[in-house]
Design a protein around this ligand. Structure first.
Ligand code: PMP
Length: 415
């Protein structure tokens, strides 16, 4: 059996089941928010006594907090191979980071967006000049469509996800970066689902911008980052106008906005969130090379194999030629409404999965999933027993579905 790769907080929580039973709660929803690593919780506890206003006080705690915040910035940037002149801007999450970037792309520049994106990398772009590229059934055709769009008319930016939050499939971002650059465009990657699973090196991959969220990277304290080239960001309107973002304000209230990270980090920063994210990066960096992939590949293989053997289960794939994937598996169960299956899995088996349309409506529509789907996702705290519990539960639902009275489950279960 495979155990957790790193200890997570809450890995042994009990959950109530229908009929008054209890079981260890199986968390297969890492893609939504991953539990805190124990190392993250320990670090937050250690620095908690020192939190104070960053960059605004001469007192000891303020000095410690400022040092902590700025060293977290270095750690997080280095974790993804940021270049020396890249800005690493702390944000609330990926959504916030991508909205910031959307406000920084020069106004006359067009942005190319794939329709397979999470809404966080779709909706920030639709209110400005953009072209939506319909993803084809293969990655090859999708990349060709992007290239054709760039050939037809230049664009300022191509923005793509590194990994689908619906199917776990990985896109060839280095290749897309090369194509974008060959046509004079920049590339931004939504790393929310990729960074927790794979080593991402901005410089080596040739990315111009990368966004990701702390709460999907085992640091659940409201932090995220946008990392990338400074010129557009230094020329953009401040993301949060306010204290800290200005050099000076005159008597008429006109601001002389500063440049660099401070321009977009107005207000008191989330020092604990930054520290937590840095702690997660350090803990992951300390793992032997390839350890995450190895841990996850074994669990994913069992999960995919187990689900695919159950009659009526469809594992979702966006691209028939994808060869690389992470442990994020979207699926449907024929004849069973996804929302009810999710309740059944939790109430009867203590398994937590996500259901719905995963904030990726265009992709779900293309895949012909109308009523919603289920998603099981793995991470550093996952173990074989988690996967077995899910696979056995779905098999029981399919084989004994008629006997299982959802109504009774709904009635007996109080979330
Ligand atoms: N992009 C992808 C691919 C995601 O999976 C998510 C989260 N579901 C986001 C962006 C948005 O992340 P957040 O909610 O942390 O802003």
């Amino acid at each position: 059996p495979i155990g957790p790769l790193l200890p997570v907080v809450g890995g042994n929580l009990a959950t109530p089941l229908a009929g008054g039973r209890t079981a260890r709660a199986v968390n297969l929803d890492y893609a939504a928010s991953a539990p805190a690593l124990q190392a993250v919780a320990d670090h937050v506890t250690e620095v908690l006594p020192y939190y104070a206003s960053v960059h605004r006080g001469a007192g000891y705690a303020s000095q410690v907090s400022t040092a902590l915040y700025e060293s977290a910035r270095q750690t997080v940037g280095a974790f993804v191979g940021a270049r020396a002149d890249d800005l690493t801007i702390f944000t609330r999450n990926t959504t916030d980071a991508l909205n910031l970037l959307a406000s920084a792309v020069p106004e006359d520049g067009e942005v190319l967006v794939l329709d397979a994106e999470h809404h966080a990398n779709l909706l920030p772009w639709t209110s400005r000049r953009h072209r939506l590229i319909n993803t084809a059934g293969t990655i090859t055709e999708t990349v060709a469509a992007l290239e054709a769009a760039l050939t037809e008319r230049p664009a300022a930016l191509v923005t793509v996800t590194g990994c689908s939050n619906v199917t776990g499939e990985i896109l060839p971002i280095a290749e897309i970066a090369r194509i974008a650059h060959a046509h004079g465009a920049r590339i931004a990657v939504d790393g929310a689902q990729l960074v927790p699973h794979r080593k991402v090196d901005i410089a080596a991959l040739g990315l111009d911008y990368l966004a990701f969220s702390g709460h999907k990277l085992y640091a659940p304290f409201g932090s995220g980052v946008l990392i990338g080239r400074s010129d557009w960001l230094d020329a953009a309107q401040p993301h949060q106008a306010g204290g800290g973002a200005v050099r000076a304000v005159n008597a008429e209230g006109q601001a002389d906005w500063t440049t660099g990270v401070a321009r977009h980090e107005g207000g008191t920063p989330n020092v604990l969130g930054a520290a937590a994210l840095a702690a997660a990066c350090r803990a992951i960096d300390e793992l032997p090379e390839g350890a995450i992939e190895e841990h996850e590949a074994a669990l994913s293989a069992r999960l995919l194999e187990g689900l695919e053997q159950i009659p009526g289960v469809r594992v979702l794939r966006a691209w028939s030629d994808s060869t690389d994937r992470v442990g994020v598996v979207g699926f449907t169960v024929e004849g069973h409404e996804a929302a009810r299956v999710a309740v059944y899995l939790s109430a009867e088996h203590g398994v937590g999965v996500r259901d719905g349309k995963f904030c990726a409506h265009p992709l779900l529509n293309r895949l012909g999933v109308t009523g919603g789907a289920l998603r099981a996702s793995l991470g550093l705290g996952s173990r074989s027993e988690d996967v077995e519990r899910l696979v056995n539960a779905v098999r029981t639902l399919v084989t004994e579905g008629e006997k299982l009275q959802y109504e009774q489950i709904d009635g007996a279960w109080t979330p």
